[in-house]
Design a protein around this ligand. Structure first.
Ligand code: C5P
Length: 222
């Protein structure tokens, strides 16, 4: 029996999305990258003009925000925020800079987790993030935690961004990853950590296809 739910957690640029999309195609599942929800909400919060250090206002805003999902053509689910597809805004620099600050607010996480659990009810979902195996879907039958050194992750991010064109600086990517790792690993609510029953896969020297093969065989062997 294939697992109904697969959780993939890990730090920034560990390969969660690339792995998740390919796996979803092979298993005929849907893939949700929950980082896109935190990004979409951060974009909304910035545009609402509320100070991002005001946790009460952020929580209230999250409480009245409507989160939905639409399938895209790669078996992924794109988040809709108040009915609006914010996909184009998710990688804006001001979103990158502020998302980890917004993501540590309890009320924001509560709203996200509720929407994520709702979508998971249908099963056949691969969900990626930081707290999927530990908090959002502790019942997931297969939990994966991807790791790689900060240098390796920065190199991957560098290559990905260079392919899209534009001026990128490797040192500043490292600095950004380190800053976000620090925020994600050390926050008091839902810090990034593997669930006790997660399978840890070190992707440092493993090509993407091999990571996908490994998880695919775990998923189909259960
Ligand atoms: O995965 P991605 O880097 O796009 O996520 C952006 C940020 O959203 C992360 O740095 C983290 O602070 C937050 N996040 C989170 N919990 C999740 C997914 C993302 O806190 N499940």
């Amino acid at each position: 029996m294939k697992p109904r739910l697969i959780a993939i957690d890990g730090p920034v640029a560990a390969g969660k999305s690339s792995v998740g999309f390919l796996l979803a195609q092979r298993l005929d599942y849907l893939f949700l990258d929950t980082g896109t929800m935190y990004r979409a909400f951060t974009w909304k919060a910035i545009n609402s003009g509320i100070p991002l250090e005001d946790e009460n206002k952020l929580s209230r805003l999250a409480g009245i925000t409507k989160f939905d999902f639409v399938p895209n053509n790669k078996r992924g689910l794109s988040p809709l925020i108040d009915g609006h597809n914010a996909s184009a805004k998710l990688t804006q620099p001001e979103v990158d800079e502020n998302v980890a600050i917004v993501a540590k607010v309890a009320g924001v996480r509560r709203a996200m987790v509720a929407a994520q659990r709702m979508i998971a009810q249908q099963g056949g979902i691969i969900m990626a993030g930081r707290d999927i195996g530990t908090v959002v879907l502790p019942q997931a039958e297969l939990k994966i935690f991807l790791t790689a050194s900060v240098e390796q992750r920065a190199l991957r991010r560098y290559k990905e961004l260079s392919q899209k064109g534009g001026k990128i600086n490797y040192e500043s990517i490292i600095a950004d990853l380190e800053k976000r790792d620090e925020a994600d690993f050390t926050r008091s609510i839902s810090p990034l950590k593997p669930a006790s029953d997660a399978i840890i896969i070190d992707t440092e020297k493993l090509p993407l296809e091999q990571v996908v093969d490994k998880i695919y065989s775990l998923a189909t062997k259960q």
